[in-house]
Design a binder for this molecule. Structure first.
Ligand SMILES: [Zn+2]
Length: 241
C-alpha cells in the first residue's frame, strides 16, 4: 500500500472517533500497519483530532522508531506494537475510553453476549483481560498492557478475528480489524453493546446470556465460509473502503 494512502486512512479513521462520540478531547487513537513495507501509521501524542493531517501523522517502523512526522507518536504505540507483533491477522487497532465500555473495564467485568447485536460482531464474550503487576506498571507499562491482551487470547485459545476486542482493566477498550474502518466499526458496535449491557445489569444484575445456538447462527451468517449476510454498512465517511 502506498504510504500516502495509509496515512489518509489513519487520519480519517482517527477523525471518525469524535464523530462517533467515542472520545473526548484527544483521548483515543487509531493505527494501521503495512506489513509488506514494515511501517505503522499512528496518531501523534496529544494531537487534537481536527488538527490531524497526512503531514503530521506519525510513521514508525516495527520497532517503534519514528520515520516521519514532526511529533512524538501516541504514548500507546507500544500497546499497538505488541498486538501487531502477536496477532498477525490484525492490520488496524482502535483505542478509546468510550463511556460504557470503560464502565465495564473499570468494573473489570467482561461484556457477555446477551443478544444478537453482539452476536453479529463478536463470537462470544468480549473479555476483560488480566491486571498488570506493580512491576509491569512501573516498567514498560504500555508494552505490558498490550501483552496482557495477547496473553489472555493465547491462554484462552481465542482467535483475535473471532473476538476483535478486549477490555483493559481499569482503563478502556481496544478493538481491531483488517483495516482502519473495520476496527473503527468494531469500536462503535462495542460501545453500543456495552451500553446495552450496562443498562441490562442495572435492571437485572445477572441477565441470562444468549443461547449458544442463536449466537452461532448470528455470528456465522456474517463470518466464515458459509456467511450470507456480508453487505455491511461501515457508516458515514467510510466510503474509502
Ligand atoms: Zn487509554
Amino acid at each position: 500500500m502506498e504510504l500516502q494512502v495509509l496515512k489518509k486512512l489513519v487520519v480519517d479513521g482517527n477523525k471518525e472517533l469524535p464523530k462517533q462520540n467515542l472520545v473526548k478531547y484527544s483521548w483515543g487513537n487509531v493505527s494501521q500497519i503495512d506489513r509488506q513495507n514494515s511501517v505503522i501509521v499512528i496518531k501523534p501524542v496529544g494531537m487534537p483530532y481536527d488538527e490531524l493531517t497526512c503531514g503530521n501523522v506519525s510513521v514508525v517502523n516495527l520497532q517503534g522508531k519514528v520515520l516521519e512526522g514532526p511529533f512524538k507518536p501516541s504514548v500507546d504505540l507500544d500497546i499497538h506494537r505488541a498486538l501487531y507483533e502477536h496477532f498477525p491477522e490484525v492490520n488496524a487497532i482502535v483505542h478509546t475510553h468510550s463511556t460504557y465500555a470503560t464502565i465495564m473495564a473499570q468494573l473489570r467485568r467482561p461484556i457477555e453476549c446477551y443478544g444478537t447485536t453482539h452476536a453479529d460482531y463478536f463470537n462470544g464474550t468480549v473479555p476483560c483481560v488480566g491486571e498488570l503487576t506493580e512491576e509491569q506498571v512501573a516498567g514498560a507499562y504500555e508494552w505490558h498492557t498490550g501483552m496482557a491482551i495477547v496473553r489472555y487470547f493465547q491462554e484462552h485459545n481465542l482467535q483475535p478475528s473471532d473476538v476483535p476486542a478486549a477490555l483493559s482493566p481499569f482503563h478502556g477498550v481496544f478493538t481491531w480489524g483488517s483495516d482502519v474502518w473495520d476496527a473503527v466499526h468494531k469500536a462503535v458496535v462495542l460501545e453500543e453493546i456495552a451500553k446495552m449491557a450496562v443498562f441490562m445489569h442495572a435492571l437485572q444484575p445477572n441477565p441470562e446470556q444468549l443461547p449458544g445456538y442463536v449466537l452461532d447462527r448470528h455470528y456465522h451468517r456474517k463470518h466464515g465460509a458459509n456467511a450470507y449476510f456480508t453487505n455491511d454498512d461501515y457508516g458515514a465517511g467510510m466510503v474509502t473502503r
